[in-house]
Design a protein around this ligand. Sequence first.
Ligand code: URA
Ligand code: SF4
Length: 197
Amino acid sequence: MKKKLEIVKQNVIKCIKCDLCKTRTNSVPGKGNFQSNVIFVGEAPGKNEDKTGEPFIGIAGKKLTIALEEAGITRDEVYITNIVKCRPPNNRVPSNIERNTCQEYLKEEISIIKPKIICILGNTAFNSILGGSEITKFRGKVARKNNLLYFITIHPAATIYNQKLVGVLKEDIIKLFNLIRELKNDKDITVDIEYTS
Ligand code: URA
Ligand code: SF4
């Protein structure tokens, strides 16, 4: 399993499948525990991530780390990745072509790790994975699509300039890990949104 994930990582590092490869410094493969019960999915690498090749290590990453710690979880217990693995110039939102081209890697990460649930961080991931929008309406909810469970929450970067959202993210992450505990005990959890296709 670890080996398979390493192959995905190497393929991401050398990937030239979309135009983002032309402007990146480093690709940013997913990182973390290959046996994690949850995969966190953000939008795209930012400046710090592009520089180092590691996901969520800038300010947004710090916010995520703090929210996890408040739920009693450390970063190395979980797996963290993004919709696209290379930084879009000036941190623009990745295009549909870029997202669709890169999604093969996310699919592989999911099929190798087989998490109990996938945590969607913010609108770009919500839109790319579930076709959703208006994250603030749907945050805190559980969705199921093609036999995979998703937990929807805000992007940690949204908490940087909005103090109110710090509590929202914290509350959601605590709920997420309570759900994971129930899933580990084979309990049924409430699914708020069912996707039929
Ligand atoms: N924002 C993201 O969505 N992903 C990162 O890796 C860093 C910031
Ligand atoms: Fe490849 Fe994804 Fe980077 Fe595009 S964003 S070059 S598809 S790894």
